[in-house]
Ligand binder design. Structure first.
Ligand code: AHM
Ligand code: MG
Length: 336
C-alpha cells in the first residue's frame, strides 16, 4: 500500500515536483476537499440531519432540487468565496455564474461543479458525489463573465470528484496522473490511498441505462447487442452490466476496475446532445479517465476537444477502458 500521507502533504510534494502548481491552486484544492468533508458529514446524517427529500424548487434544467443539492451548493460557495483564490464559480444548481463578492480579493481561477451528483439516489441511501473542474480566468478583461468558463476540457488545470459511499473518497488529477484519497474520519483528513491509478484497456463490464434502449442510435444498439450475445457472439466473451445512476459512483468503479460508461444521445430529446453536462460532469470525468489511461468521447470526438457554447451545455458521453471506447467511437464513425 502507498505510504499514508495527507492530501496537504501530497499537494505540497506535487508543487515541489511540478513547477506549474501555484499556491493559489493548492489552496483551492484544499478548500474544495474541506467542503467535500462538510458535504460528506451532511450526507452521512441523512434523515437525522433533516437533509433528505425535495427542496420544493427547480434548477435551471427544470429538475426538482433536493435539499442536499442546495446544501452542497451552499457549502461549496461559502467555503470558496473568501480565500482569494477564485474569480468566479458556476454550478449545476445556479443559472448564472457566481462572481466572488467585491469584499473579498479576486483570484485567477474559476471553479465549476456539480455539487451533488446522482440526486435520485440521495433518499435511497446509495452512493452520490461531488464533481469539480478548475479553469483559469481569461486575463484579457478584468470583469469575469460566463464566457470565461467556455473553455474546452483540455484547458482544465485540475479536476476531481468526491464519492460519498461506504467510504468517502476524493479522486484528483492535476495533469500528472490520478490519485485517490480516503477520508479518515478519526483524523478528519483525506489520506492518500492510491497513486498512478490505471484503468485496464479491456473490459467485460458495461454501464448504461438499458431502459432507454429503444431510444438509442444504431451504433449504440449495435455495441450493446454484441455485448449481450456474450461468448457466442462477435465479442467472444460474456459481459456483465452495472448501472448505479450516479455518474460519480459508476466512474469510480471504472477507475477502480475498468469498464465502459455511456450516457448517449437519444430520441427522447432529439435537440439535446445528451443528458450529462459538459462543463461540470463530462469534462472533469473525461480528464480523470484519460489521466488514468482510459478514453472519453461523445461518440465521434474526444470530449476534451469540444468547444463549449454555453454554461449548462449537454453532451453525449462514452468513457472508460480505452479499447471499448474506441470500438463504440468507431461504430459511430462508420455509421456516418
Ligand atoms: P444529476 O446531476 O441531476 O444527479 O443527474 C446526473 C445523473 C448521473 O449521475 C447519472 O449517470 C445519470 O444522471 C442517471 O440518469 P438516469 O436516471 O436517466 O439513469
Ligand atoms: Mg450530475
Amino acid at each position: 500500500m502507498t505510504k499514508p500521507i495527507s492530501l496537504t502533504r501530497y499537494l505540497i510534494e506535487q508543487q515541489r515536483q511540478y513547477q506549474h502548481i501555484p499556491d493559489q491552486l493548492r489552496l483551492l484544492l484544499e478548500v474544495v476537499a474541506r467542503a467535500c468533508k462538510g458535504i460528506s458529514h451532511a450526507v452521512n446524517k441523512g434523515a437525522l440531519g433533516g437533509v433528505l427529500g425535495s427542496a420544493g424548487s427547480e434548477n435551471v434544467q427544470g429538475e426538482v432540487q433536493k435539499k442536499l443539492d442546495i446544501i452542497a451548493n451552499d457549502v461549496l460557495i461559502e467555503a470558496n468565496e473568501w480565500g482569494g483564490h477564485l474569480a468566479a464559480m458556476a454550478s449545476e444548481e445556479m443559472e448564472d455564474i457566481y462572481t466572488v463578492p467585491k469584499r473579498y480579493p479576486q483570484g485567477e481561477y474559476l471553479l465549476v461543479f456539480d455539487p451533488l451528483d446522482g440526486s435520485s439516489n440521495i433518499d435511497v441511501n446509495v452512493s452520490i458525489g461531488t464533481i469539480f473542474s478548475v479553469l483559469q480566468k481569461n486575463h484579457d478583461h478584468a470583469e469575469v463573465t460566463a464566457d470565461d468558463f467556455l473553455q474546452p476540457g483540455s484547458r482544465q488545470v485540475a479536476a476531481g470528484y468526491c464519492v460519498y459511499g461506504p467510504q468517502t473518497t476524493l479522486v484528483l488529477t492535476l495533469g500528472n496522473g490520478v490519485a485517490m484519497f480516503t477520508l479518515d474520519r478519526e483524523q478528519g483528513s483525506f489520506v492518500l490511498t492510491q497513486e498512478n491509478v490505471q484503468i485496464p484497456e479491456d473490459t467485460k463490464e458495461f454501464a448504461i441505462n438499458m431502459s432507454n434502449y429503444r431510444h438509442w442510435d444504431e451504433p449504440v444498439k449495435r455495441y450493446i447487442d454484441e455485448c449481450l450475445q456474450g461468448a457466442q457472439g462477435p465479442r467472444g466473451k460474456n459481459f456483465n452490466m452495472r448501472w448505479i445512476a450516479s455518474m460519480v459512483a459508476d466512474v469510480h468503479r471504472i477507475i477502480t476496475r475498468g469498464g465502459i460508461f455511456m450516457y448517449p444521445w437519444d430520441q427522447r430529446e432529439p435537440n439535446k446532445p445528451g443528458k450529462l453536462r459538459l462543463l461540470y460532469e463530462a469534462n472533469p470525468m473525461s480528464w480523470l479517465i484519460e489521466q488514468a489511461g482510459g478514453a472519453a468521447t461523445n461518440g465521434r470526438q474526444r470530449i476534451l476537444d469540444v468547444q463549449p457554447q454555453s454554461l449548462h451545455e449537454r453532451v453525449s458521453v462514452v468513457l472508460g477502458s480505452r479499447n471499448e471506447v474506441e470500438r463504440v467511437t468507431r461504430y459511430h464513425l462508420e455509421a456516418t
